[in-house]
Design a binder for this molecule. Structure first.
Ligand code: GLA
Length: 378
């Protein structure tokens, strides 16, 4: 998390008074990728990297926002029906409008925000931004009335309606419900969730950011979702969660090969999440790692959301003897998530950095994972 005093100072310089600070984290996901919008299971945790804001109501109907990292400012009325065109500010505007639609009387406010969730790394900086604003506005204008799931859904609706990414609920759920030291298993169909203490003795979780910016806005992310929906519809089920292997094979002759492969990945991932849960109960991290590699194969070959740089990072992990490695998040760039034996950690970091630079001429960034708390007032 960034040093909040920087934001307090920027707020005071800009608006001449004192504000209140809130933070909401990005996330990792151990396994269960592209399963959320298919009604399946996900296994995320919040990270310490967060979006932080300093805010104060201003007694008008206007929102005056300043994004300190991007040096971007915007001013709009909470009653504005179009909102700002800048995509970054549309997240702020979308949350304001969705909070109002949920019955919270949001009025004007001044705000400065920033953070240390790397943008475009697949760590859900946008969900962190949405959840941070939802938490602050719920507190300041709603008397804390909305529950966390409602706020997560407000973040998701913001993506759908104001940004055009038809995402699932995983990222916003993780940002709202994160708990230090625990991963969570969420059943995206029922909304039931469980905390799993994450303390894999002898192993570390580490992200490698490929520096290839993943951008879900306007990306084929929505096409993947549509493929899944087509197959579910033909199988006569609401989501692929309820589609069996047998149903899929029976449908195969009538499916476009691409749609078939997308669904094959999703059904496989459903099985892998359950295999990982059982392996975790036994403390069998080697099995967890095997499943991570299998997920990557499916995401690369059947779901086709990887890229050369990421495939290289996963191959390097395998070569060095890392227990598990795969692309994380929506795909099309971003990070790999790696389960690494402590004794191998230093060698893995230095070898992967060097070989990546030699191969692509760009630096990758090693990000150790610390599982942190969800959205909150500071
Ligand atoms: C993005 C979306 C999530 C989820 C992941 C893939 O992060 O926002 O809802 O679909 O991709 O698992």
């Amino acid at each position: 998390m960034i040093d909040t005093s920087i934001l307090h100072k920027a707020f005071a310089d800009r608006f001449g008074r004192v504000g209140i600070a809130y933070a909401a984290p990005g996330r990792i996901n151990l396994i269960g990728e592209h399963t959320d919008y298919n009604g399946g299971f996900v296994f995320p945790g919040a990270v310490e990297q967060s979006i932080t804001l300093v805010i104060s109501p201003n007694g008008t109907d206007r929102v005056n926002a300043y994004a300190i990292d991007l040096q971007l400012e915007a001013s709009f009325s909470v009653n504005d029906t179009d909102g700002p065109s800048d995509v970054n500010m549309r997240y702020v505007y979308g949350v304001v409008r969705e909070m109002i639609a949920a019955g919270v009387s949001v009025a004007g406010f001044d705000v400065v925000y920033g953070g240390d969730v790397p943008l475009g790394a697949g760590m859900s900086s946008s969900a962190a931004l949405e959840c941070c604003f939802a938490t602050a506005l719920n507190d300041l204008f709603g008397g804390g009335r909305l529950d966390r799931m409602t706020m997560a859904k407000i973040g998701q609706a913001t993506e759908h309606k104001y940004v055009g990414v038809m995402c699932g609920i995983m990222d916003q759920f993780a940002s709202m419900y994160g708990r230090k030291g625990s991963l969570m298993r969420l059943d995206c169909r029922s909304g039931e969730y469980e905390y799993f203490p994450w303390n894999p003795e002898g192993y570390k979780l580490v992200l490698v950011n490929s520096s290839v910016k993943h951008e879900l806005v306007g990306s084929p992310y929505n096409d993947r979702r549509r493929s899944c929906e087509r197959v579910a519809q033909m199988a006569g089920v609401e989501t692929l969660r309820d589609c069996t292997w047998r149903q899929l094979e029976e449908l195969r002759p009538r499916l476009a090969d691409e749609d078939y492969r997308r669904a094959r990945y999703v059904l496989g991932e459903k099985d892998r999440v359950l295999a990982v849960c059982e392996a975790l109960q036994r403390g069998d991290y080697e099995e967890v790692g095997c499943q991570m590699y299998l997920t990557h194969d499916g995401l690369a070959k059947d779901y086709e959301v990887s890229c050369d740089e990421i495939d290289f990072l996963v191959d390097e992990a395998r070569r060095v003897g890392v227990t598990g490695s795969r692309i994380m998040g929506g795909g099309f760039g971003g990070c790999t998530i790696n389960l690494v034996k402590e004794g191998l950690y230093d060698r893995f970091c230095s070898e992967v950095k060097n070989s990546y630079k030699n191969r692509f001429g760009i630096d990758c960034q090693i990000i150790p994972v610390l599982v942190g708390n969800g959205a909150r007032r500071l």
